[in-house]
Design a protein around this ligand. Structure first.
Ligand code: GUN
Length: 298
């Protein structure tokens, strides 16, 4: 019987541990971790994500600020918020929810976040640190995937991990993370993407298949090797043809793939909850100064 990888319960366990660590940090050092969240525009899924992140902050005892700006906010205004939060001592983490409206230069905005407060791990300083194996902030979804694999699969050393997707948020960082010569990684990693005329020759080789395409039901049984582990990062809203209601589905056709695999993440309840748990842990580490300080950068 294949194992259902229960991200929801692992995330709940991590949040419970964090609640205790936050309490201790307050008692011992008088520090309460603070996260500032910026949402620009009316992207419906982003609203839901930012609300969930703020609620999660409250549940573990963090201080949080949510700033919601209209879609036509000029870039200079967005940068002003970041500058202000960079300066504030009670703000340890800064998160700008992506995607941003098209008139705003995403890279310019991410570049302005103090890398020591970059709890998303999207600043080029942290991206570079991940690539060359220095300590830094690891993007939350890849960190969550690594944690699930650590618990459910164990050693990935020498295993063939195939990543489908090349986004800066998931595909590229998860490939870099699992490639590291560290005990919890050391995988042989292949990255493929929708530019390939046929994904199957790549995906069928995977011992661990990580799918982050953002295309509902793109991966079926014909893409998966018998006994593989499948991590489905997709969160797609589709209208159910029978009930007419909206529901969430992954990039993987779960029912079809399930009998073939040794373990798989469901959608919802797989990778999604882990992203928020890792964001909270990154913010905690930013508050303790545990990850890295500027003087360590040289
Ligand atoms: N949009 C989709 N995923 C993410 C994420 O992990 N962080 C941010 N900031 N925006 C996102």
């Amino acid at each position: 019987m294949p194992t259902l990888i229960d991200g929801k319960s692992v995330a709940a366990e991590l949040r419970a541990q964090l609640r205790q660590a936050v309490e201790r940090l307050w008692q011992e050092r008088g520090i309460r971790p603070g996260l500032a969240l910026l949402l620009v525009g009316d992207h419906p899924a982003s609203h839901v994500y930012v609300r969930s992140k703020a609620k999660a902050c409250q549940e573990v005892g963090f201080f949080s600020i949510v700033e919601h700006l209209p879609a036509d906010t000029p870039q200079t205004k967005v940068l002003e918020y970041i500058e202000r939060w960079n300066e504030r001592e009670d703000v340890h983490g800064i998160l700008v929810q992506l995607p941003l409206p098209r008139h705003i230069d995403e890279q310019e905005v991410l570049l302005r976040i103090d890398p020591c407060k970059d709890v998303d791990g999207f600043h080029p300083e942290n991206v570079g640190r991940l690539v060359i194996g220095l300590p830094g902030f690891v993007p939350c979804t890849p960190a969550g995937i690594r944690e699930l694999l650590r618990r459910y699969v164990g050693s990935l050393s020498g295993k063939h991990v195939v990543v489908v997707g090349r986004s800066n948020i998931v595909g590229k960082p998860v490939a870099n993370l699992l490639l590291q010569k560290t005990p919890d990684a050391n995988a042989v990693v292949t990255v493929c993407h929708t530019g390939a005329p046929d994904l199957r020759p790549f995906t069928r080789q995977a011992d661990v298949l990580i799918v982050a395409m953002g295309v509902a039901g793109a991966i079926g049984a014909e893409h998966v090797k018998e006994g593989a582990v499948v991590i489905d990062v997709g969160i797609n809203r589709v209208v159910d043809s029978v009930s007419g209601k909206e529901r969430l589905v992954g990039d993987v056709r779960f029912e079809e793939v399930f009998p073939k695999v040794s373990a798989i993440t469901p959608v919802p309840g797989g990778v999604g909850p882990m992203t928020i748990a890792m964001l909270l842990w990154n913010t905690y580490r930013a508050a303790t100064g545990e990850i890295w300080k500027p003087h360590e950068a040289t």
